[in-house]
Design a protein around this ligand. Structure first.
Ligand code: BEZ
Length: 207
């Protein structure tokens, strides 16, 4: 099958990775051609801007030219394009629970990516430690919630919530390797040790 969808991507973006993992898990990789995007908050990518006025990736261009963004919308769209069991429950309490867990994973990613930009993109004399601490607290609070309240819910099906959390740990290991989150969140560490072995995770490692 020739690819009919265009995904603007960067191999470092954990939000793009969620999309690639879902494509892999649902057997849809061949529907998508990747278009590399090179961007930061201060150096936009014109092709991405033309697709998504917010200038953010992932953005997905459909065959009719319509653009979809952000990652949540793209994941929802792609999950409705395959014949297998949905990775986002279509209805009922499970839908809202899994989407809420996925949103919490996204909130961790937002805080981690902002922290990364603050630490490497912002000029040193303009960095604000208090703001970085605030992002770190959001991340630790949310990880503690997953560890204490939701780790059992990650077992079983590798769905929208599990994909989000797995991409969180992939990004923390990639950009914050010295954080040693495994010693503070042992249940999550045990879960991720298996999740990270999935072909969809192995083939989408950040670079
Ligand atoms: C990163 O380099 O950490 C990054 C790149 C693109 C999007 C988000 C994060």
């Amino acid at each position: 099958m020739s690819a009919s969808l265009t995904l603007f991507h960067s191999p470092a973006s954990p939000f793009v990775r969620k999309v690639l993992v879902l494509l892999h898990e649902t057997g849809q990789l061949d529907k998508v051609q990747l278009q590399a995007a090179s961007l930061s908050p201060v150096s936009p990518d014109a092709a991405v801007n033309a697709c998504n006025p917010a200038g953010k990736i992932p953005a997905l261009r459909l065959p009719d030219g319509q653009a979809l963004y952000d990652s949540r919308v793209i994941l929802d769209y792609l999950d409705q394009q395959h014949a297998g069991e949905p990775l986002i429950p279509r209805e009922g309490p499970a839908r809202w629970r899994r989407l809420t867990l996925a949103a919490l994973a996204d909130a961790i990613l937002d805080a981690a990516v902002l922290s990364r930009y603050e630490s490497v993109a912002r000029p040193e004399d303009k960095r604000w430690d208090g703001w970085l601490d605030g992002q770190r607290q959001k991340i630790e609070r949310s990880l503690a919630y997953f560890e204490n309240e939701a780790s059992e819910e990650l077992q079983g099906r590798f769905d929208i919530a599990a994909i989000g959390v797995a991409c969180v740990f992939g990004y923390l290991d990639f950009r914050f390797a010295d954080w040693d989150w495994r010693s503070r969140y042992p249940k999550l560490a045990a879960w991720y040790a298996d999740a990270a072995k999935r072909p969809s995770m192995q083939s989408t490692q950040p670079a």
